[in-house]
Design a protein around this ligand. Structure first.
Ligand code: KIV
Ligand code: ZN
Length: 513
């Protein structure tokens, strides 16, 4: 089989379901713009019925994108479909994506419905969605654990009702490649009118097989792959966009398919998702990990110097890893900064540029070479995060071998400026204690990690914290040449995200996905 594969990116919906990965509307808009640059065919922008925040973000994205289809997810019910349509109606190419579970276990214990009722609900949902737009996708949740003939029946009914895409999800990441491919072939051959719709697959990575299953499905005839950047998503995550795309690109004889992806935008998209969500990419992650193109063994290095193809099956430049980075320094002007930011995908207004330029100058005074990663951190912290309720105004820390660690902190909380000081086990502990007292947070710090944003002894420290408040979890991220300041920024970012989650409660039932 050969042909064009549609890349359906669900980083903003399933990806955002990664624990702690909530993004604000500015961040989502920026990511949606990068996904459009990357060339994905469909962006699932969110689940509008889940919360007001999701609804607003989806409608802003729908109004912004020019070339890409924008999908809104909804359960198979009128209220959800109304919300999805309300949010995507201004998109140039809107898609309603409705779903209901089809496996016996979901029918019996979760939905408490029989098969007839589920088929009827799917048909009603597709017909209702079709009254708003021609582009309707129907998903059979837990499809991979569903009875094959029932799947064919419900897909056939959905197509007859007007679905233009039917999606077979491996919701719990249970499938094995050969078996999943066989299921795809069965569905392709036995679903009435299958030729009138695109068959899509949506895999989760619980057994580490999401990419393998997706590729097997493509070879068996699936024409849409649902994926996320860096493979983020519910539990162990979703199929990773970069892995599927680069496998298709690198092995054309084994996977005869093409995509519309501009592979040179992959690395920027990966960095952006990591910066925005705070989910760090593991160093050995395929395609986008820090070690993906690093050769440690002498024999390998020798081979690569003689001919890169001895040990490299892809070129770093193919995925946008820039080996010859352009660096900026303290003599670089606004123009150079603007150009570089534009190349990195940031179109800033004059005011925003001025804000970043001032921060850039401060940074360039402390750090000789300002790299792309530093610029990205300046923009994500300075522009995308606003308006944050809590902001750091001032931090002074005393610590060392012969002093009791103490931090003095000034925060702006809304319109008010508050100050305080506290002790702790070390400089970071005392900073966190002070911030916790000033904000009155009841959250617990679950994890704290610090790493270097770039190479070199003057690199900025990048801190990620994981905070828990009740049953909410938020990640916070901060970068600064001083790691205590980076830690304070990360902690404050985590607190702001917890507030966002409090203000945008997820409606009951969202966790049925
Ligand atoms: O995993 C899943 O089944 C989903 C559906 C809503 C497509 O995310
Ligand atoms: Zn999913």
């Amino acid at each position: 089989m050969s042909g064009r594969i549609y890349i359906f990116d669900t980083t903003l919906r399933d990806g955002e379901q990664s624990p702690g990965a909530s993004m604000n509307t500015n961040e989502k808009l920026r990511l949606a713009t990068q996904l459009e640059r990357l060339g994905v065919d469909i962006i699932e922008a969110g689940f509008p019925a889940a919360s007001q925040g999701d609804f607003d973000a989806v409608s802003r994205i729908a109004g912004r994108l020019e070339r890409t289809r924008v999908a809104g997810l909804c359960r198979a019910g009128k209220n959800d479909i109304d919300k999805a349509w309300g949010a995507i109606q201004h998109a140039r190419f809107p898609r309603i994506h409705t779903f209901i579970a089809t496996s016996d276990i979901h029918l019996e214990y979760k939905l408490r419905m029989n098969r007839e009722e589920v088929v009827q609900a799917a048909v009603d949902a597709v017909k209702y969605a079709k009254s708003f737009t021609d582009d309707v996708e129907f998903s059979a949740e837990d499809g991979s654990r569903s009875d094959r003939d029932f799947l064919c029946r419900i897909f056939g009914a959905a197509i007859e009702a007007g679905a233009t895409t039917v999606n077979l999800p491996d919701t719990v990441g249970y499938a094995i490649p050969e078996e999943f491919a066989d299921m795809v072939r069965y569905v392709m051959s036995n679903t009435p009118n299958m030729h009138k719709a695109v068959l899509s697959v949506h895999c989760h990575n619980d057994l580490g097989l999401a990419t393998a299953n997706t590729l097997a499905a493509i070879n068996a005839g699936a024409r849409q792959a649902e994926v996320t950047i860096n493979g983020i998503g519910e539990r162990a995550g979703n199929t990773s966009l970069e892995e599927v795309v680069m496998a298709v690109h690198t092995r054309p004889n084994s996977i005869s398919a093409t995509t519309n992806i501009n592979t040179r935008q992959i690395y920027s998209a990966s960095r952006l998702v990591s910066m925005i969500t705070g989910i760090i990419v593991q160093p050995n992650k395929a395609i986008v990990g820090a070690n993906a193109f690093a050769h440690e063994a002498g024999i390998h290095q020798d081979g690569v110097l003689k001919n890169p193809m001895t040990y490299e099956i892809m070129k770093p430049e193919d995925v946008g890893v820039n080996t010859n980075k352009l660096v900026l320094g303290k003599h670089s002007g606004r123009h150079a900064l603007k150009d570089r930011l534009r190349e990195l995908g940031y179109e800033l207004s004059e005011d925003e540029l001025q804000q970043v330029f001032m921060k850039f100058k401060e940074l360039a005074d402390k750090k000789k070479h300002v790299m792309d990663e530093d610029l990205e951190a300046l923009v994500t912290e300075g522009i995308l995060r606003t308006p944050d309720l809590i902001r750091l105004e001032y931090l002074h820390v005393a610590a060392g071998t012969s002093v009791m660690p103490m931090a003095s902190v000034s925060l702006r909380i809304g319109e008010e400026s508050v100050r305080g000081a506290d002790w702790g086990n070390g400089p970071i502990d005392s900073t966190f204690n002070t911030i916790a007292r000033l904000t009155g947070t009841e959250s617990r710090l679950l994890r704290f990690t610090v790493s270097a944003l770039t190479d070199g002894a003057d690199a900025q420290g990048e801190v990620v914290v994981r905070l828990k408040e009740g049953d909410r979890i938020a990640l916070g991220k901060g970068a600064d040449p001083d790691i205590i300041t980076a830690s304070a920024k990360a902690y404050i970012n985590g607190l702001n995200r917890l507030k966002y989650l409090r203000d945008n409660p997820v409606e009951k039932g969202r966790d049925t996905i």
